[in-house]
Design a binder for this molecule. Structure first.
Ligand SMILES: [Zn+2]
Length: 162
């Protein structure tokens, strides 16, 4: 083979608090809760950032943007994902696809899926059809099912010419 491929995995959790809108996948969703965290707490973009950094073996989001650094407070996660994308592209990697899951009891993801995939593709300069997104509930059990937290998991495939 004249190219190499690498797979990456990202995972993230944030607490859900009262009051919207919900920032998810780089867009604002009309909802009665929002995610809590040091940055804008976009659980999906954080999982994607870690997946692409992991595939390229370039560390993780916490190393790039420490939550102890005041400069990262309230930071737009799209900006963090762009920086990670530039870093892996700089090492010669190109994203083949992302497969993402958002675990949340509410809101329903389906009505927002196309806009989220579009936004993620835009941030990464890839085609929306390279981004897959699925929503899963917690079946009313555990912290996800009781609406206390939202989680996201993402896998990513990278390719680089030798
Ligand atoms: Zn996070």
């Amino acid at each position: 083979m004249d190219f190499e491929i690498r797979v990456g995995l990202g995972h993230d959790t944030h607490r859900l608090q009262r009051g919207g809108p919900l920032r998810l996948g780089g867009i604002n969703i009309d909802f009665d809760g929002h995610l809590d965290g040091h940055s804008d707490a976009d659980v999906l973009l954080h999982a994607i950032t870690d997946a692409i950094l992991g595939a390229a073996n370039q560390g993780d989001i916490g190393e790039l943007f420490p939550d102890t650094d005041a400069v990262n407070a309230g930071k737009d996660s799209a900006e963090m994902l762009s920086v990670a994308n530039e870093r892996i592209r700089g090492a010669g990697w190109q994203i083949m696809n992302l497969d993402c899951v958002v675990l949340a009891e509410r809101p329903k993801l389906l009505p927002h899926r196309a806009s989220i995939c579009q936004r993620i593709a835009e941030i990464l300069s890839i085609n929306p059809d390279q981004v897959s997104l699925k929503g899963k509930t917690g079946e009313r059990s555990g912290d996800i099912g009781q609406g206390k937290v939202m989680q996201s998991i993402c896998t990513c495939l990278l390719r680089r010419n030798k």
